[in-house]
Design a protein. Structure first.
Length: 193
């Protein structure tokens, strides 16, 4: 598949293996999407509407789950590497939908997961999702602690159904970060300027 598997030990209360195994050994598999270059793309010849490669939802959503992955870090439509919404949603569904005895996977949204993206992600796929928010935390103008507080505040706002800009009025860390971000999510990641 062109990717690699990172192995991490984790303390799980039950066996997480895809088809049985020794309940005394626990392994958390984070699957990289390093093979993304082989995903479905329009054919290069002008005027052709054929696609080449492999379907992203199949590669990311089903094959990694079938291989026993626990979670995978992927893009989302609201970040710096925007994934088309249809691909994002289908991958998420393939991670979580019932599929015989194959355990579900966790989708980890990464690549521009800022406080402004939290509400959109939760509205799109619910709360059973990881928010990998490196820059959204460590990019806070007042430091990482304020960034962590502001990210938690953005999550709280989304969980309460309150617009993040409204919630920020009573939460100084969130207000400061929103003042640092462009409301047009894609402009926060313009690497050309």
């Amino acid at each position: 598949m062109g990717g690699h598997v990172q192995e991490h030990q984790a303390a799980f209360g039950q066996n997480r293996g895809p088809a049985g195994g020794d309940p005394g050994h626990h392994l958390l598999l984070s699957v990289s999407n390093g093979g993304a270059g082989g995903q479905e793309r329009p054919a290069s010849a002008p005027g052709h509407e054929l696609y080449t490669g492999i379907s992203a939802p199949l590669l990311i959503g089903k094959i990694t789950r079938l291989a026993g992955g626990d979670f995978q870090i992927n893009g989302h439509p609201f970040g710096k590497f925007p994934v088309p919404y249809k691909v994002f949603y289908r991958c998420f569904k393939f991670f979580t939908q019932p599929w015989w005895n194959i355990k579900p996977m966790m989708y980890a949204c990464s690549g521009g997961t800022t406080q402004l993206a939290v509400e959109k992600i939760i509205k799109a796929v619910g709360t059973d999702v990881m928010l990998a928010a490196g820059g959204g935390v460590h990019g806070h103008p007042d430091g990482s602690e304020a960034g962590a507080k502001s990210m938690r505040q953005a999550i709280d706002a989304a969980m309460l159904g309150i617009p993040v800009t409204e919630y920020a009025k009573d939460h100084p860390e969130l207000a400061r970060m929103l003042g640092h971000l462009n409301p047009d999510l894609k402009k926060n990641f313009d690497l050309m300027n």
